[in-house]
Design a binder for this molecule. Structure first.
Ligand SMILES: [Zn+2]
Ligand SMILES: [Zn+2]
Length: 320
């Protein structure tokens, strides 16, 4: 399913992961043509599918808008999020806003053990995306501010709902702000940013807040650290129980052409080798007719490899 999140009233501005256009505030369709609700596969248009994706007539689970969503701002940026093959719903969320060549992008991954992780990731991506658009010239500072706002928004969920208060909704975040050839980025948790040059290995810009990363830093052999059942346990996240949010941020001014990639662990889990990640991204871009097709190819790669988790991919080419 291709989801267009273009706002017709504001053609130069496209935002995804949000239910409104960032510049004019007009409501955007998120998964089905404007005015048409999703169809029940059994009842057709007669079946009224509710917000959870179930048909009110026969009870069958129809496709939900978040199962697969795309934001196509080719050739400037493109993003795809997908439920994968083994999870009941997509708990990843994304935000992509493009103004000319400026790009704001956010990927969040809901923590499955928490209550309403899909809500956590959605509010975090939106809160961060709004701040990225409004911030000042210091790109790393702007990203830090965006992640802090996302943390506040997720923490707020637990204050307003007793079920959420009992098991704090939580998520990871990686955010980037591209202005010209300068990239500001930051993160909390294990969603990642990579620089993929036109030649050579991918460079992981983020350092996971995870058990495995800490264990390796303390001297544990990487292979055994990643094989440990605790490997993917995150050590920092956004949520009411996370304590004060301390996003790590940095800037990058690549002196060469290449691709900024933001992704959730649903992709990088299948591409842990930096050389393989780089060649997979470059091959996807080379073979695809446009950037959104390349992002779809990477999601398909993760699904073919097993699709064990939700998958989100954002691609932003940089040409210095
Ligand atoms: Zn039905
Ligand atoms: Zn994940």
């Amino acid at each position: 399913m291709t989801v267009s999140l273009e706002c017709a009233a504001c053609a130069d501005e496209r935002a995804a992961g949000a239910a409104f256009c960032e510049s004019c505030g007009r409501t955007l369709a998120t998964g089905s043509p404007a005015g048409a609700g999703p169809r029940c596969p059994a009842c057709g248009p007669a079946g009224a599918v509710d917000a959870d994706g179930y048909c009110g007539t026969c009870g069958m689970l129809a496709a939900r808008p978040r199962d697969h969503a795309e934001a196509d701002s080719s050739p400037v940026a493109a993003a795809v999020t997908d439920r994968g093959l083994r999870h009941q719903r997509n708990e990843d969320a994304m935000w992509l806003a493009v103004r000319g060549a400026d790009t704001d992008a956010v990927v969040c991954d809901g923590v499955s053990a928490s209550y309403d992780p899909d809500v956590a990731s959605a509010v975090a991506a939106e809160a961060a995306g709004r701040v990225l658009a409004a911030g000042g010239d210091d790109l790393a500072g702007r990203v830090a501010e965006a992640i802090t706002a996302a943390g506040d928004a997720v923490a707020e969920l637990a204050r307003t709902d007793p079920r959420r208060a009992a098991s704090n909704p939580a998520c990871t975040i990686v955010a980037a702000c591209v202005r010209g050839t300068e990239i500001g980025y930051g993160w909390v948790g294990d969603s990642r940013a990579y620089w993929v040059p036109e030649r050579g290995d991918a460079r992981q810009l983020t350092e996971d807040d995870s058990w495995a990363t800490h264990a390796i830093a303390l001297g544990v052999d990487p292979q055994s650290a990643w094989n440990d059942p605790k490997a993917h346990a995150i050590t920092a996240w956004l949520g009411a129980d996370a304590g004060p949010v301390r996003p790590r941020t940095d800037t990058l001014r690549p002196g060469e052409a290449g691709m900024l990639l933001l992704c959730s662990d649903g992709l990088w889990n299948y591409l842990t080798d930096p050389a393989e990640l780089a060649s997979t991204v470059r091959a996807a871009v080379r073979k695809a007719p446009d950037l959104i097709a390349a992002a779809r190819t990477l999601v398909a790669f993760a699904n073919e490899a097993g699709g064990a988790d939700n998958i989100t991919v954002v691609l932003v080419p940089i040409h210095p």
